[in-house]
Design a protein around this ligand. Structure first.
Ligand SMILES: Nc1nc2c(c(=O)[nH]1)N[C@H]1C(S)=C(S)[C@@H](COP(=O)(O)O)O[C@H]1N2
Ligand SMILES: [Mo]
Length: 335
């Protein structure tokens, strides 16, 4: 660390130097993490030591996955002070239809998902199409911890300390062409390891998409971990999206391809039921799902007999950050 001596003779590192030192140490830690094979058993002793050194320790590490060191994000809206959903609930009550449609199915079946080796292909309207290995992606930018709410269209929500960095960091590297207006996210569809892919509930692979400016918004997170550790398979390992102001289904899990297009891509839920799931799918308490209200939500992990339902907030509480993206749009029409 660089030490500056000020005129009084006190030695004080500058705040900016502390930050860069942390990022440097974090990168070194990640290199070690990868040298030992991301999910290797040999890693666990080191991982628990690294967890103690971790700056952003909001919860005790669950100890289910190797640690993923991160720094606490300073981005406005990236941290909520609400109580975290217990890890047990966040990792056992999931939607991941490739492993079955019951909320308990992903935790039960996703152990078959093979997350290494893993590559994400970037294609379409970009100057620099590329194939990124997971290791490349982990190193691409500093890992941050962000505590986001995620609200499912079905009416439940969770508060999760995600780890990752803004998707915009990756997008900037591949240089979208002027003609690129949308970003399509294609997720893994492997019938050998994903029993749900044999069913006809959705048209596989599960595909989601954002407008380019939504994808570039700093809150849009490319996530590799949660609760201080790598993502468990059922939450979308090894890399997923988290778009906190949209219904949960926009946050694609286990991404394998990111494609830049000039037309709105066809998305899995829109193809399945266009009248129920629009392209935008912004959390909006004033626009009901055709079959149920979207005005309130139930927080998973606190649903005791007398637990009150919470009022759902516009853009899931992120209106100050993202409202501008939709200025002048009729959100009943563009739901
Ligand atoms: N590939 C894929 N991604 C997916 C889904 C899915 O079925 N397949 N379900 C979505 C839905 S409906 C929700 S609510 C969130 C749930 O994320 P979580 O299990 O980490 O809470 O994942 C989203 N991403
Ligand atoms: Mo969902």
């Amino acid at each position: 660390m660089l030490i500056k001596t000020n005129r009084d003779g006190f030695c004080q590192p500058l705040a900016s130097e502390i930050t860069s030192q942390r990022v440097y140490e974090q990168r070194r830690t990640l290199v070690k993490l990868m040298a030992s094979g991301v999910a290797g058993a040999a890693l666990s002793a080191w991982a628990s030591r690294a967890a103690h050194a971790q700056e952003a320790s909001l919860t005790p590490r669950p100890g289910k996955q190797p640690a993923l060191p991160s720094v606490k994000s300073s981005l406005a809206g990236a941290i909520t002070m609400e109580k975290l959903t217990p890890y047990k609930d966040a990792s056992s009550y999931n939607n991941f239809y490739e492993f079955g449609t019951d909320k308990a199915d992903p935790a039960r079946h996703a152990h078959t998902l093979k997350t290494s080796p893993w590559t994400v292909e970037i294609e379409g309207l970009v100057k620099k199409p590329a194939q990124y290995t997971l290791e490349d992606l982990l190193k691409l930018s500093a890992q941050q911890e962000r505590v986001y709410r995620l609200r499912c269209v079905e009416g439940w929500s969770m508060v999760i300390p995600w780890i990752g960095y803004s998707l915009s960091e990756l997008i900037k590297k591949v240089e979208p062409l002027g003609s690129a207006k949308y970003v399509e996210f294609v997720t893994l569809a492997d019938p050998k390891t994903m029993p749900g892919v044999g069913s006809r509930v959705l048209d596989w692979p599960y595909v989601e998409a954002l407008r380019l400016d939504e994808a570039m918004h700093p809150l849009t997170l490319l996530s590799f971990g949660m609760y201080g550790e790598l993502l468990p398979n059922q939450n979308g390992a090894p890399v997923r999206l988290v778009v906190p102001w949209k219904y949960g289904f926009k946050s694609g899990k286990s991404l394998v391809k990111i494609r830049f297009t000039d037309k709105p891509p066809a998305t899995a839920w829109n193809k399945a039921a266009a009248n129920e799931y629009g392209f935008y799918s912004n959390v909006n308490p004033n626009v009901d799902h055709p079959r149920w209200s979207q005005a309130t939500e139930r927080r998973i992990g606190e649903d005791g007999l007398f637990a009150k339902k919470r009022k759902t907030l516009m853009f899931n509480g992120y209106e100050a950050q993202v409202g501008q993206l939709y200025a002048g749009m009729d959100l009943k029409k563009f739901f």
